[in-house]
Design a protein around this ligand. Structure first.
Ligand SMILES: C[S@@+](CC[C@H](N)C(=O)[O-])C[C@H]1O[C@@H](n2cnc3c(N)ncnc32)[C@H](O)[C@@H]1O
Length: 288
């Protein structure tokens, strides 16, 4: 894989990670051959914690390109609706501005909201309706899938990621695709203390820091069948390259008398995660 190895630009790296998640969930894979040619394959994405909108733009571009080349293969899976939710109003405004520069495609719903994505009970009626509508299908000629997406965001959800995942499974009939963090088994007391501090500074509840095995069990409790859950550890492709990338940027900026600021702390953290293996970066796919 090694998608971050030679990356010069952080944005490209994030797109590569998103691409890996989409590929693992096979959402861009064409529908089953031999099926009814009149059936349209569609998908709706509920994107939780999209930051400043890089991933909204990426999804819009990739899925719109697929729509434009629709003639090639009638079994292509097309985006029906994208609903993005992000927490910080400043991020929301940046994303809004960036998306605003793109002309809307009238064939699909593409909406973003500023709210706490982790707590569906706190969503306004407008958001709840938009999400419910995006996930509904009444058309027999539609082979439709709903997907919850969490790209490096679920670990931050307060009090935990589970209320929205359970809601997605039980109320929306949605599968889950995510890049998320887990911890290794058998951490020493010292490692646990350091992680607790990192969680505190990174504003993620320590209760969210669980092992891959515990993550799997929680997904089963949330309603996903054990055999439909895949958790793939991709740490070696992520933390080392990320630390290297930030350090390289630090050296470059130093030449101009500038600093990478708080990213210096992030570089040290990723390097420690790589060296000790205490934190694991994972692609999570849980299918309905
Ligand atoms: C590490 S960033 C990842 C951003 C983006 N997904 C990416 O990969 O570039 C985590 C993001 O999750 C957002 N976030 C954290 N808690 C959230 C919540 N409860 N609801 C919505 N967004 C949240 C943060 O504002 C931040 O933008």
């Amino acid at each position: 894989m090694g998608f971050w190895k030679d990356t010069e630009d952080f944005q490209t790296a994030c797109s590569a990670l998103l691409e890996e998640v989409l590929k693992s969930a096979q959402v861009l894979q064409d529908g089953v051959s031999g099926g009814d040619k009149n059936v349209i394959n569609t998908l709706s994405i509920i994107d939780l914690g999209f930051g400043c909108g890089d991933q909204c733009l990426y999804i819009k571009d990739v899925l719109e390109n697929r729509r434009q080349t629709k003639g090639d293969n009638p079994r292509k899976r097309l985006l029906k609706a994208y609903i993005g939710i992000t927490l910080e109003s400043a991020h929301f405004r940046i994303a809004q501005e960036r998306l605003g520069r793109k002309p809307p495609n009238t064939n699909e719903v593409f909406e973003i909201y500023c709210a706490d994505a982790g707590r569906p009970a706190s969503w306004t009626l407008e958001i709840r309706n938009a999400v419910t509508l995006a996930c509904q299908t009444n058309d027999e000629k539609e082979n439709h899938e709903n997907w919850l997406l969490g790209l490096d965001s679920l670990i931050h959800f307060q009090p935990s990621r589970w209320p929205v995942i359970e809601y997605a499974n039980r109320k929306l009939g949605a599968s889950l695709m995510a890049y998320d963090l887990c911890i290794a088994d058998n951490l020493s007391v010292r490692q646990r203390v350091i992680l607790r501090l990192m969680a505190l500074f990174g504003q993620s509840p320590f209760a969210n820091w669980i092992t891959i095995q515990e993550y799997r069990e929680r997904l089963v409790m949330a309603g996903y069948a054990r055999e439909n859950i895949e958790i793939r550890d991709i740490s070696e492709h992520v933390f080392g390259p990320l630390a290297g990338f930030l350090r390289k940027r630090e050296v470059e900026l130093k030449l101009y008398g500038l600093s990478i600021g708080r990213f210096r702390y992030a570089a040290g953290m990723f390097a420690w995660w790589r060296k000790t293996g205490v934190v694991r970066g994972c692609i999570v796919v849980a299918r309905k």
